[in-house]
Write a protein that binds this ligand. Sequence first.
Ligand code: 5GP
Ligand code: ZN
Length: 116
Amino acid sequence: MSDNCIFCKIAAGTIPCGKVYEDDQVLAFRDIHPQAPVHVLVIPKRHIATLDDVQEVDRADMGHLLERTTHVARLLGVAEDGYRVIVNTRKHGGQEVYHIHVHLMAGKPLGPMLSR
Ligand code: 5GP
Ligand code: ZN
């Protein structure tokens, strides 16, 4: 756990969240400002600041994170129609919370990926 990391606090249960799935390694919860009808964040419980900080030893955990994201999509009934996953990384990626999180967005056609 990293001090002053809001997602570590959510993972530890000290800040409430709209939980949709949890196992011993990951937590999935509703984004507080949803950008799509379904907008869930999937995080590792262990603090890693950004995707770019992932190391070789984290490979299995990152695989688990992504595989569980597909599980959450099935749980929420959006897998068949499809969804988008995004991992914003650092300043130019638009990352606001420096604890790795996968955005899972779905529930309508999401349109082109980038707005100009
Ligand atoms: P980023 O821009 O870092 O990729 O995305 C961070 C996301 O976390 C944003 O979509 C924001 O709405 C969401 N978020 C920030 N703080 C909280 C919070 O306390 N609870 C929840 N559920 N979502 C949060
Ligand atoms: Zn953290």
